[in-house]
Design a protein around this ligand. Structure first.
Ligand code: PRP
Ligand code: URA
Length: 209
């Protein structure tokens, strides 16, 4: 069974509905992608380890908690994953950022790689791969293959909208990678678009159509 968390928080569901609407323009679309990612990131990092630190307040010295353990790396899948980066860095400003450039061939739906660059010591980092759309799963699987070939181990995949076909393919190919999403939609159409979905995420973020 897939290791998947679907965020049912009312604020996330509300923002996803506005995001889906064809009446939502590029500026608002970008803002919503950032806000939803921030809310999802907050919850999906709930398992971050903590360590005790000593802090001197104006009143007294006390032992309190700070985040410990692996440093975070986020890896957006270009282009559309770029829209999610600010949502993570607004709450984890120290996160390192890698990039994986993939585009889907519109006929075959196969992913094609055109750029990859990961932060150093990737094997020691908690990695979150970002892409708003999980459709056939081909792009996510290729990105995770690449990261693992370069030593990445501790990986989460975060998307906004996922199709059942993509969830199945991704969790079969990478059962160790938990999936976080805001909506599991109905299906893919004959062109590989998610139904009801939100259309082409990259085009809506960057205003290219
Ligand atoms: C979209 C999306 C994913 C991919 C999902 O990117 O951002 O990367 O499709 O589809 P899949 O699960 O079937 O692989 P696209 O290839 O359109 O490129 P873009 O982000 O540059 O627009
Ligand atoms: N990529 C998108 O941007 N939208 C879809 O519905 C499927 C893949």
């Amino acid at each position: 069974m897939a290791n998947i968390t679907i965020f049912d928080h009312p604020l996330i569901q509300h923002k996803i509905s506005v995001l889906r609407s064809e009446d939502t323009g590029n500026k608002e679309f970008r803002e919503l992608v950032k806000e939803i990612t921030m809310l999802m990131c907050y919850e999906s990092l709930r398992d971050l380890p903590l360590k005790d630190v000593t802090v001197k307040t104006p009143i007294t010295e006390t032992v309190t908690k700070m985040v410990d353990g692996p440093k975070l790396a986020i890896v957006p899948i270009l282009r559309a994953g770029l829209g999610m980066v600010d949502g993570v860095t607004s709450i984890v400003p120290a996160a390192r950022i890698g990039h994986i450039g993939l585009y889907r061939d519109e006929e075959t739906l196969e992913p094609h790689e055109y750029y990859c660059k990961l932060p150093p010591n990737i094997e020691k980092r908690q990695i979150i791969v970002l892409d708003p759309m999980l459709a056939t799963g081909g792009s996510a699987i290729a990105a995770l293959n690449f990261i693992k070939q370069h030593g990445g181990k501790n990986i989460k995949f975060m998307c906004l909208i996922a199709a059942p076909e993509g969830i199945k393919a991704l969790s079969e190919a990478h059962p160790d990678v938990p999936i976080f999403c805001a909506s599991k939609d109905e299906k893919l159409n004959e062109k590989g678009y998610i139904v009801p979905g939100l259309g082409d995420a990259g085009d809506r973020i960057f205003g290219t159509k």
